[in-house]
Design a binder for this molecule. Structure first.
Ligand SMILES: Cc1cc2nc3c(=O)[nH]c(=O)nc-3n(C[C@H](O)[C@H](O)[C@H](O)COP(=O)(O)OP(=O)(O)OC[C@H]3O[C@@H](n4cnc5c(N)ncnc54)[C@H](O)[C@@H]3O)c2cc1C
Length: 266
């Protein structure tokens, strides 16, 4: 038996007050991770607060500071948004590469980054684009947000409201996908931003990480050749039935090269 109390929140403030209710209270966004974890008995919350009806968490807005994507924006909404396609096409490409149509129509950016699966795509975009996460309590830079495998700097009771992505000069995301789930075996997001070049890798390690050596080389010359000879040590990389650590290290260089080529081609 699944036994939990279900409540639907009407606003962020309402969700925040309901979050203090039970002994293990969880927010429910698209349910694509949480429901699966409950089915597998990996999670057994006492209370579920459904935030899918909160209108203030929805919508994608383009402004001077870049794109502000509401936490309840689905992957399909990000992939098809005119503003995303115009301002940051790489982000639309990334969102469209997530899972299958059901996952893209139900799963949300807030749920994805709160979960911080080591193979998730969005963490690479947030780090690559130097994004900022806005919660009901504060603003957190992407560099400070993702802190480890399935771990973020969110405090208990903290609710993600939106993510702000500054518009890059150019950017691209390349992913070597698991053919069944489409999670990243290795995904590399490369961006030339107003604050410099950023290279973010997902799928390869415990959590998303940057590659300073590639960033330095691309700052000197933004071309695929610049990263072709740079490899990441495989010592701390993931190894599983899909790919060895050495293979993942190899894929980082290949995906980085392809991402730069795509960014250069526009
Ligand atoms: C078959 C399958 C394939 C997939 N393939 C991919 C893939 O290729 N790439 C990829 O990146 N992902 C993939 N996913 C994951 C998918 O992207 C989910 O959308 C995502 O992991 C969770 O988002 P959600 O909205 O469903 O969150 P939920 O499952 O509802 O919640 C996940 C966690 O986030 C918390 N949470 C949700 N919203 C908030 C918020 N606003 N503030 C604070 N905490 C919050 C919840 O409490 C919960 O702990 C796949 C999933 C499935 C089932």
């Amino acid at each position: 038996m699944y036994e939990f109390n279900y409540q639907k929140a009407t606003s962020v403030a309402d969700a925040a007050s309901k979050l203090s209710a039970g002994t293990d209270t969880r927010l429910l966004a698209g349910g694509q991770t949480l429901i699966a974890a409950m089915k597998l008995r990996l999670a057994a919350p006492t209370d579920i607060i459904d935030i899918s009806g909160i209108t203030e968490l929805r919508g994608i807005k383009a402004g001077n500071g870049g794109l502000v994507v509401g936490a309840m924006s689905t992957h399909a909404e990000v992939a098809s948004s005119k503003d995303v396609k115009t301002r940051i096409p790489a982000l639309a490409v990334l969102a469209n590469s997530i899972g299958d149509p059901m996952v893209r129509n139900m799963g949300t950016i807030g749920g994805s980054i709160a979960n911080n699966d080591p193979a998730a795509d969005y963490p690479a975009a947030l780090i690559g684009l130097d994004a900022t996460v806005k919660t009901n309590q504060r603003e957190i830079t992407a560099d400070d947000f993702f802190i480890g495998m399935f771990m973020t700097s969110l405090e208990p009771g903290e609710i993600i409201e939106s993510v702000t992505f500054p518009t890059p000069k150019r950017a691209a995301y390349m992913k070597f996908s698991n053919p069944a789930s489409r999670y990243a075996i290795v995904g590399v997001f490369v961006a030339e931003t107003d604050n410099g070049v950023r290279v973010a890798v997902t799928g390869a390690g415990a959590s998303v990480f940057r590659v300073p050596e590639m960033e330095k080389a691309l700052t000197a010359k933004f071309s695929a050749d610049a990263v072709a000879g740079i490899s990441v040590a495989s010592d701390d990389l993931n190894a599983d039935i899909h790919a060895s650590a050495d293979y993942r290290a190899h894929l980082i260089t290949v995906m980085a090269k392809r991402a730069v080529e795509t960014a250069v081609a526009g």
